[in-house]
Write a protein that binds this ligand. Sequence first.
Ligand code: GAL
Length: 395
Amino acid sequence: MMRLRLLLVSLVSVPLFAQSGSAPTLAAKPPMGWNSWNWFAGKVTDKDIRQAADLIVSSGMKDAGYNYVNIDDTWEGQRDANGVLHTNEKFPDMKALADYVHSKGLKLGIYSSPGPKTCAGFEGSYQHEQQDADLYASWGIDYLKYDLCGFRKIMDQEAPNDKAKQNQMMRDAYEKMHQAIVKTGRPMVYSLCQYGWDSVWQWGPEVGANLWRTTGDINPTFERMAFIGRAQAGLSKYAAPGHWNDPDMLEVGNGKLSLDENRVHMGMWAMLASPLLAGNNLSQLTPEVTAVLTNREVIAIDQDPLGKQAERIYVEGPIEIWARPLADGSRALAIFNFGEDDNYMRGISLHLKEAGADNGWHAHDVWTDKDLGPIMDNTNFTLKRHASVLLRLSR
Ligand code: GAL
């Protein structure tokens, strides 16, 4: 089998956009919560959001750290003669909804576009940025996902065939809404959604982004999830407290993902210091899915205060090893089998040195909650198809 060694990215380098001096107050850790799109898409209503808030509390997800309840596209109605945006009939009273969500100790997120229209064809914020930001603040909104969509048309119209100008327009549009939010005086997590165009991770922090999507949309298949997860290789240096790469919302519990597949998904996102925004139907939570979503040790890796995203340190065919340093000096190391066959691990070294660990370090198996004792580079693991091993290694 051909061995392919990938570029090793230092796991201890200083994050490019680390905020000097004071620590960030917003999104100091990757945001956690739930978003309506993956399950409800255009059907979401006020009632669904209230029920999601109730279920986040009763399921134990709130206690595990999930605190944003985010309404995605299709809440928007029409603008009145003064340009003030109204909600549509699915959301009769956004302020009352925000009050309800806040009464549960949770926060409310909303969605818009810098374009005249959103992806689903609803009203966007184009030329109404301040008016909309003020409206969100008056409702008590805590989080905005701002999705390029309809703005692409404006870019094409105003700068046809001029990629550089289009990219500048895109940055300006995101900066404009950032300034509008700042002017409201209300802290709102600012989430960019433009599918990773123009290497957004290089300039996201400059336009006030706390997170930015790095790819197109996820869907509830192992193939798409794995493709997006693996596409994050090389991006670790752009993540830091206050601003995160966003490989899109979780599909844990959606589609036909098996337990192993849900663990690969959740474990990979935790390794990536990714925002953890569940996207499942919370009224159909099974004990298995709840256990995956609320695993304290996995969440602790995701939320580690050092905020260092994992990097891929080894790949051989469908087997990949990723590692990240953690604040207490330990290391998280994950082995994934993205392939269709079992038992790929024979003879593959764990590359402990590249992970910043060494022979003899103590290994804890996170998903099985078992201490494995001292680990060696040649310790053998058997990984079934679409399975993973997630280890916490300490000296
Ligand atoms: C897409 C976005 C999705 C969802 C959808 C809503 O552009 O990537 O996450 O927000 O729009 O219309």
